[in-house]
Design a binder for this molecule. Structure first.
Ligand SMILES: Cc1cc2nc3c(=O)[nH]c(=O)nc-3n(C[C@H](O)[C@H](O)[C@H](O)COP(=O)(O)O)c2cc1C
Length: 342
C-alpha cells in the first residue's frame, strides 16, 4: 500500500473517531494505527532538520508529548508516523486505574481537551517490557511520576524506583511534577520538593551511570500556571540543581479561551489551542532566565505550523504535540516538518 492510501485511510477515520467518547476514540485510534503500521513506509528526514540536544541526536524537532502512550504499548506504531522522539508514560511504580470515567472531555470548537486521567497506567514493569521489545529508532523519553497513594513526603522513593527500572531503555527521563490530576503533586515544583526529588534522582543516576556506562539526561516538566516570580524562582532552582533540561508546559488548571463551553466546568487540565499563549509566555520567560544553552522542550497548544514556529522563536530547542495530534492526526506532524524545511 502506498503512503497516500494509508494516510488517506487514517485521515478519513478521524471524523468518525471524533463521534466517539474521547477516551474510547483514543484507544480505537491507537489500535487502528498499530494495524496500519506494516503499511506505513519508512521515513527519512533531511539532515538540515536534525537537532542535537542534551547529547542526543533528534531527526527533527517534533516529538509526541507524554500521556499519549502511557504504557509503551504503541511505541512502534506511533514511531512509524515519523516523530523524532516519543515521551512514554507518565508511569508509576505500581499500576493504577486513575480517576473514574468520564475523565477526558473535548471542546472541539476551541481545539481543546480537558482531562483528569490521574496517571492511569499499567506500572513501570509493563512499560519496561514493552519498550525492550520495541524497534523504534527515534529518541525514547520516559516520563516518571508517583503513585496517587504514596505520601508526598515519600515521593522521591517512587521516582527513584521508576528511574532505576527504565534507565537501560530510556534516552532521557522526564520528571513529572506538574500534572494537575494527582493531589498536591505540583507542590513538588517548589524549592524543597525539587531539591528532594532531584537530589535523590541524581544520587541514583550516579550509580546507574557507572553500571550502564551511559548518562541519561533528567528533565523536569513544569506547569503553565506559574506567575513570573514563580517562574524566576523555578528557573534558578533548575540551574542550581543542574537539571539537564526543562519541558514546558503541562496542562493548565485555568480556563482561558474556553470559559463559555459547558465542559469548562469539568475538573482537570486544559490542553490544546487555548493553552498556547500561556505556554508560550512561560517558555519565553524560562529561556530568558535560563540562558541560551539550557535545553528546553516546548509543548502546549501547538496545533499548526505557525504555533510551532512561534514556540521555537520563543526559545524552545524541541517541540512536542498532544492535543493537536489527537484532533488532526499525522497531518499536523507533516505540516510542521514541511514548514521547517529550509
Ligand atoms: C489526555 C491527556 C493525558 C496526559 N497525560 C500526561 C501524562 O501522563 N504526563 C505528562 O507529563 N503530561 C500529560 N499530558 C500533558 C501533555 O503531555 C501536554 O503537556 C499538554 O497536553 C499540552 O500539550 P498540547 O496542548 O499539545 O496537548 C496529558 C495530556 C492529555 C490531553
Amino acid at each position: 500500500m502506498r503512503r497516500n492510501a494509508v494516510s488517506a485511510i487514517a485521515r478519513a477515520s478521524l471524523p468518525v473517531l471524533r463521534r466517539l467518547d474521547p477516551e474510547l476514540a483514543h484507544g480505537v485510534g491507537l489500535s487502528a494505527l498499530r494495524w496500519l503500521r506494516p503499511f506505513w513506509p519508512a521515513q527519512n528526514f533531511p539532515a538540515a532538520l536534525a537537532v542535537r540536544c542534551m547529547g542526543l541526536e533528534f531527526a527533527h524537532p517534533i516529538g509526541l508529548a507524554a500521556g499519549f502512550d502511557k504504557n509503551g504499548d504503541y511505541l512502534d506504531a506511533l514511531g512509524a508516523l515519523g516523530f523524532s522522539h516519543i515521551e512514554l508514560g507518565t508511569v508509576t511504580p505500581r499500576p493504577q486505574t486513575g480517576n473514574p470515567k468520564p475523565r477526558m472531555f473535548r471542546i472541539s470548537e476551541a481545539g481543546a481537551l480537558i482531562n483528569r486521567m490521574g496517571f492511569n497506567n499499567k506500572g513501570v514493569d509493563h512499560l519496561v517490557a514493552q519498550v525492550s521489545r520495541s524497534r523504534f529508532a527515534g529518541i525514547r523519553g520516559v516520563s516518571i511520576g508517583k503513585n496517587f497513594d504514596t505520601p508526598l513526603e515519600n515521593a522521591q522513593d517512587d521516582y527513584v524506583i521508576c528511574l532505576r527500572k527504565v534507565y537501560a531503555f530510556a534516552d532521557y527521563v522526564a520528571v513529572n511534577v506538574s500534572s494537575p490530576n494527582t493531589v498536591r503533586l505540583r507542590e513538588l515544583q517548589g524549592r524543597d520538593g525539587l531539591e528532594r526529588i532531584i537530589g535523590a534522582l541524581f544520587e541514583e543516576r550516579g550509580v546507574l551511570q557507572e553500571r550502564h556506562g551511559r548518562k541519561v539526561p533528567l528533565l523536569v516538566k513544569v506547569a503553565p500556571d506559574l506567575d513570573p516570580e514563580q517562574i524566576r524562582a523555578l528557573a534558578q532552582d533548575l540551574r542550581a540543581l543542574a537539571v539537564d533540561g526543562v519541558i514546558a508546559t503541562n496542562t493548565s488548571i485555568g480556563r482561558r479561551g474556553v470559559a463559555d463551553s459547558p465542559s469548562a466546568a469539568e475538573k482537570g487540565g486544559l490542553s490544546g489551542a487555548p493553552l498556547h499563549p500561556l505556554s508560550l509566555s512561560v517558555i519565553s520567560q524560562l529561556r530568558a532566565e535560563l540562558g541560551a544553552n539550557f535545553p528546553l522542550i516546548g509543548v502546549g497548544g501547538i496545533v499548526s505550523a505557525d504555533h510551532a514556529r512561534a514556540t521555537l522563536s520563543a526559545g524552545a530547542n524541541l517541540l512536542q504535540i498532544y492535543t493537536g495530534f489527537a484532533y488532526r492526526g499525522s497531518a499536523l506532524l507533516e505540516e510542521i516538518v514541511n514548514a521547517l524545511l529550509p
